[in-house]
Design a protein around this ligand. Structure first.
Ligand SMILES: C[S@@+](CC[C@H](N)C(=O)[O-])C[C@H]1O[C@@H](n2cnc3c(N)ncnc32)[C@H](O)[C@@H]1O
Length: 268
């Protein structure tokens, strides 16, 4: 569908098309609401509208004022012009829809924009929805506020979300959001515990990150399930069946010290 598109131009890497088809297949016939940050020539919005034939709403946002001249025959497609990280764009977006099923960040690819956009729009994603960040290879480049070991790059931020998902095992008396406090300060934003609790999974692919959102109860390790009768190798602990996980206390573990993450300490 992408290569046969003859309308407005879209520009994406080939591996993304395979990933998109895999992760978006289950939404394909649904009445989705989709937001894409970064419109440029506007072709991707046309392609999304074609792919999601039952979509309710396809919104693109672009900082380039020329995007105001883009017009579409499909009434489901809207373009908002402005900086996606601004409150003004968010309030105009919310007028179109208070929640989205699919959010794609294909905007500036600067670390600060990727992180601030995530903080702004992940709360608008409904549980069961997916947030995708394209082109995170830029997080390795200085021009885009990156570098392989830079503590405040977009990919470092996204890697921290892996720890957020595993919060219940930390074994320290810190809040989930503590792991992001350096980012909150650096880029002047917040993400509340409710939104962090709703991160179900995070997948890294080459230059792409895919984050699924789900109700909090789906994001815990759950209860221990012991089944079977034969335990010749290691005596089964039947009494743990149906119990919750208890984290090991890490207060004497210097690598669990929240004073400052090691890489941020390096900056001091
Ligand atoms: C890679 S292009 C988008 C391509 C399009 N999604 C496609 O698939 O064909 C990136 C676009 O993001 C826009 N952009 C850059 N910074 C932005 C910001 N802060 N808010 C919204 N759009 C931004 C640029 O103007 C540019 O048109």
């Amino acid at each position: 569908m992408y290569s046969q598109h003859t309308g407005k131009v879209s520009d994406k890497w080939s591996s993304y098309l395979v990933v998109y088809d895999r992760i978006l297949k289950s939404y394909r016939n649904q009445k989705v609401r989709l937001l894409e940050i970064g419109v440029q020539n506007g072709g991707s919005l046309e392609i999304w509208a074609k792919y999601f034939s039952n979509a309710k709403l396809i919104v693109g946002c672009d900082i380039n004022p020329k995007c105001a001249n883009l017009s579409y025959e499909d009434p489901r497609i809207h373009v908002l012009v402005g900086d996606a990280t601004s409150d003004k764009v968010k309030s105009n977006l919310v007028k179109l829809s208070k929640s989205f099923d699919i959010i794609i960040d294909d905007g500036s690819h600067y670390s600060s924009d990727i992180i601030k956009s995530f903080a702004k729009y992940f709360p608008l994603l409904r549980c069961g929805g997916v947030y995708i960040v394209e082109d995170i290879h830029t997080s390795y480049w200085k021009k885009y506020e990156g570098g392989i070991f830079y503590p405040f790059s977009s990919i470092t931020f996204l890697k921290h979300l892996v720890d957020v998902i595993n919060y219940e095992h930390w074994g320290v008396k810190e809040k989930r959001e503590s792991i992001l406090k350096g980012f909150f300060k650096k880029y002047n934003f917040q993400i509340d515990a409710i939104n962090l609790q709703s991160i179900h999974s995070i997948t890294f692919l080459n230059s792409m990150c895919v984050i699924f959102k789900s109700e909090q109860e789906n994001n815990t390790i759950g209860k221990r399930c012991v089944s079977g009768l034969v335990d010749d190798i290691s005596k089964a602990e039947r009494k743990v069946n149906n119990t919750l996980s208890v984290p090991q206390d890490q207060k004497n573990n210097r690598w669990s010290d929240f004073d400052l993450p090691a890489d941020e300490k390096f900056l001091e």
